[in-house]
Design a protein around this ligand. Structure first.
Ligand SMILES: Cc1cc2nc3c(=O)[nH]c(=O)nc-3n(C[C@H](O)[C@H](O)[C@H](O)COP(=O)(O)O)c2cc1C
Length: 207
C-alpha cells in the first residue's frame, strides 16, 4: 500500500463551496494527455487509490439522479482471463488470422495494471432523455482520466472492437440495453506523450 491519503469526500447534505480555485487543477486540465495503452506498465492504483478514483468518477452530473452507469474493474489475473475471451471470440470471427493477431487479443488487458469498464446503463422511456444519460456516462469516463492523472497515473479511454461485440458484451455480463462507454486503462507510463494537434475551440456568439 502507498501512503496515499484520500481527499475528504463530503457527506450528503454537507455545505460545499461553489468553487475550488486550484492552479494545479488548471495545469492538469491544460496539460493532460492520454498515454496509449501499449506505453503502460505497473504500478497501477492500489486498493485505496482505486476506491478514490471510482468515487471521484461517480461524482458526475446526472440529470434525475439515475446513476446511469456502473463499473467493471479488471485487475490481476482477471485481465488474462478476459484476454482469453477476446482471443476465443476473434478466432470465431477471423479463423484464418495470423497468430500475432490472436496474441494481441490475449494480451490486450495485460497492457495496463488496471482497466475500468464504464457501462452506460440507460433507463428507457424515462422523462430524462437517453441522450442525457449517455452524456453522463461520458462525463464519468472523463472524470476517470482526470482523477487518474491527479493520482499520478497515466490513462487512456478506449473502446476498440470488443466494446461493440455481442458475444464479448455477454461475457462482460451486460444486460440488454447496456453499452460500454469506455474501457479506461490506468497505469504508469513508460514514455512521455507528445502533445497532439488540437483544433482551436470553435466559438460563435449568438445575436
Ligand atoms: C469514446 C472514445 C473511444 C475511444 N476509443 C479509442 C480506440 O478504440 N482506439 C484509439 O486508438 N483511441 C480511442 N480513443 C481516443 C483516445 O482515447 C484519446 O482520445 C486520444 O488518444 C487522445 O486523447 P487526449 O486528448 O486525451 O490525449 C477513444 C476516445 C473516446 C472519447
Amino acid at each position: 500500500m502507498s501512503d496515499f491519503t484520500p481527499p475528504a469526500f463530503p457527506e450528503p447534505g454537507e455545505a460545499l463551496a461553489p468553487a475550488n480555485p486550484s492552479s494545479d487543477t488548471l495545469t492538469l486540465l491544460a496539460r493532460r494527455r492520454s498515454t496509449v495503452a501499449k506505453n503502460m506498465t505497473g504500478p497501477g492504483p492500489d486498493a485505496g487509490q482505486l476506491e478514490t478514483l471510482l468515487k471521484i468518477a461517480a461524482r458526475t452530473p446526472d440529470h434525475g439522479k439515475l446513476f446511469p452507469w456502473r463499473f467493471i474493474v479488471f485487475e490481476g489475473e482477471a485481465r488474462a482471463r478476459f484476454g482469453e475471451v477476446l482471443e476465443t471470440r476473434l478466432r470465431e470471427l477471423e479463423p484464418d488470422g495470423p497468430d500475432e493477431r490472436y496474441a494481441l487479443e490475449r494480451n490486450r488487458f495485460l497492457r495496463a495494471p488496471v482497466v475500468i469498464a464504464v457501462i452506460s446503463d440507460v433507463t428507457e422511456n424515462h422523462k430524462i432523455p437517453e441522450w442525457e444519460q449517455v452524456l453522463s456516462a461520458g462525463a464519468v469516463c472523463q472524470n476517470l482520466l482526470i482523477g487518474a492523472s491527479a493520482l499520478g497515473f497515466a490513462a487512456q479511454w478506449l473502446t476498440e472492437w470488443y466494446a461493440y461485440d455481442r458475444v464479448v458484451k455477454t461475457a462482460l455480463g451486460l444486460a440488454p440495453g447496456e453499452r460500454v462507454a469506455g474501457f479506461i486503462y490506468v497505469g504508469s507510463a513508460t514514455a512521455d506523450a507528445d502533445e497532439r494537434p488540437r483544433k482551436a475551440p470553435q466559438v460563435s456568439r449568438w445575436g
